[in-house]
Write a protein that binds this ligand. Sequence first.
Ligand code: SF4
Ligand code: ZN
Length: 419
Amino acid sequence: LKTIVSDIEIPCAFGPAYEGERVRGADLYAQCGGGKTQCTELVKMAEMNEIEDGKVIVDGPDVGDLKEGDTFPMGIFIQVAGREMQPDFEPILERQIHHLINYIQGIMHIGQRDISWVRISKAAIEKGFTLKDIGVVLHAKFHQDFGKILDKVQVTLMTKKEDVEKLTAKARAEYKTRDERVEKMTDEDVEIFYSCTLCQSFAPNHVCSVSPERTGLCGAYNWMDCKASYEINPTGPNQPIEKGECIDPVLGQWKGVNDFVYKASRGAVTHYNFYSMVIDPMTTCGCCECIAAMLPSCNGVMTVNRDYAGETPCGMKFTTLAGVMGGGASSPGFVGHSKFNITQKKFIKGDGGLKRMVWMPKILKEEIKERLDRFGEENGIPGFYDMIADETVGITEEEILPYLQEKGHPALSMDPLIG
Ligand code: SF4
Ligand code: ZN
């Protein structure tokens, strides 16, 4: 028995028309995530008898308990069950949360996974919006859009700090497992890459190409996920791309990809490189987890993650970079990428690879420490983790250069970054 949902019963208007709408400072009532509190999303498959379809649980204070200007933590935990459901589909469903919450008039959603950010406007509160409405929307739209694979959807919205923390720990373990599913694959192993055009509603010319060694820049879609998404929805946003003739193996450019991107961007983007941020990099949209930028006087590059709000040696904070780069253009010298991609083997390989990395925020460095250490060992640069400067060393090129010299950072003895 399939549930057919025609109307979505919430007090606010709902639809794709509201997707690009912003909730600016003066209109803001309350918010969660965005570096202020924790906001985490997780979709998990459940047994059919474990969950109740349409059940929405709000566990903890709701918006009625908040004052104007308040922040609160939130965990969005969605359980789905269905005869056609597979664990491989979890990331695809989870990535829908972004646009579906954005469809609610007066509510804004940014990011994904454990770096989500939800802003609730005063207008929405006046109409009577409560957190339950998020669950109502997700339940209805999951049935509408993914009825083929699922029969039951149950949503839990947690707002107690300790519960959100528990969910976040569980979610991070899931993300790690998902990320590592492509760990042993290489781009040479496959003939097919996948496109992702899910973000074209925000960045009309943006086309992500996802290969085993180039996870989507939002961090939420890797090659396996795109493959699963294509299986669920063969006419959807993830299409197979026959990579075709290799034009440049070092920079990572293929004829089949260029042809696809040209069409999918409606002629705006003629070509791009998978493995370079200096020369014609891949296009960047606003949901990237990190943005890399060149630091010419250090002969290296830096990257900054969304969850770091401070200044950086390239002279721009993450939000400024995302504002400038996030419109879907290819911006030589900059590229959006996922956290996981930093330690994927082809990361900016055409520019010298991860050895170029001279600065990262401390939280990001710590988050991927294990993988940075492994990179150091495998590439004969023991202590590489320590050679990368962070904000405790400095936030300008002049401040970090002496540190890099003292540590003997490999970037300093590499070929010039700009040829
Ligand atoms: Fe898809 Fe790229 Fe948007 Fe991620 S950032 S949802 S991979 S288009
Ligand atoms: Zn995007």
